[in-house]
Design a protein around this ligand. Sequence first.
Ligand SMILES: [Zn+2]
Length: 454
Amino acid sequence: MHVMRNPGLAEIFLVNPRRSPDVLARLADYRLRRLVAYAYEHVPLYRERWRAAGVSPRDIRSRADLPLLPMVDKDAIVDAGAEAWSSERPARGLIEMRTSGTSGRAIHVVRTIREIRVMRRAILRHYHQLGMMPWNDTVTVASGWLKAKGAFIGRVAHTRHIEPDMPLDEQVAILAAFRPVAIVGQTGALYLLARELLRRRAPYWMRWVVPTGATLMPEMRQAMRSAFGSDPCDMYGAVEVGPIAWQCSRGSYHVDADRIIVEIVDEDGRPRPPGQPGQVVITNLHSWTMPFIRYRLLDVAACLPDVCGCGCRFPLMGAVRGRINDFLPTPSGELVSPHFFFHLFDDAAHNPVKDWRITQEGPAHLVYEYVPERQFFDPAALARGLDRVRQRFGADCRLEARAVDHLPLTPAGKRRCIVSKLRPEAKPWDEVWIRPLDEAPSVPGGAGNGYGGR
Ligand SMILES: [Zn+2]
């Protein structure tokens, strides 16, 4: 039970988001010092890197000292292997989650149930901030994998589950039968459901719409607003670190600042001025079993110096920039969510690819480039994954697969794994049928769907 001893009570409780920023900053700095001291002593991955950089835990007194520590990323963690983590892990009672995300390589993230509960509490705090209550009927849309692992989407009492791969007819039928007032879950799946409702000209008004797990792009926000009659309140997060920032009812992204430190940095890890976009680097103050300290997500966003009028004092950041091009149309015009590609190798023991990129060269031509995983390359798993792509896009679509040595990042340092060469105006999401329904009242407060204001 070593790990249970370490976090202590101070690491368990979340803070009232209305507390003063000074209290919050002192608490975060205190947690940071403890976490850094623990990681230095028990986690070889960090100890070795920090020693090589000539830094000791005593040098890290507050968040302002973080740039002294080298950053880590997914590749560094996968390459380091299991031995790089704490030898103090308890042998039992650990919960394993697997990242999907934009790189082929998956990290097996290990947490104690207590650490998971902290994340879950952060999610519930977001719902609470929005005025959602446990008795509000809620639909969750998440992959079976998340559901099976009991992970954190949708622990609200009155819930019904929708599998993102479920046919849209069935998804619409569940809405009609269950009559939820809230929908939370995978951003891509919520978007596709919203589009289907718009296509049928049958919007279904929700009081709350909370997408998570992928960048919420303006086109997606617009479709959800039209289909569900409420402005979506995005939750930005990652499997590795849990929720990072969430949108309040005024639309600002508040950093989950008692659990997470967000830095916005340049390529060398130096802070960018407020308002200037840079790479998102995360330190999770609540994960001790598998600490993430200065973990680079390959997302691009900015810190904002403003104060939000909603009353929450958690600091603000801008939306993560994403691309609608990540949805690829099949030759028959159906849209495939980026999550489909993220989960191609879920059935394999190891992802056969270290990195990948899919490029839509034309309406019926895909190119899949991949960097094979050296140690665990499994050609059968790769073939199964590619077959799934062929099935999804249909026999009319040509799929070329190519092994490469390395895939470049964009100049901004972002990994682009889904590339479309179709002209935006040729894409189905610009169809006129989205437009007229935008005239429907936008509903922060849900007026018109029978649930009234707060
Ligand atoms: Zn706010």
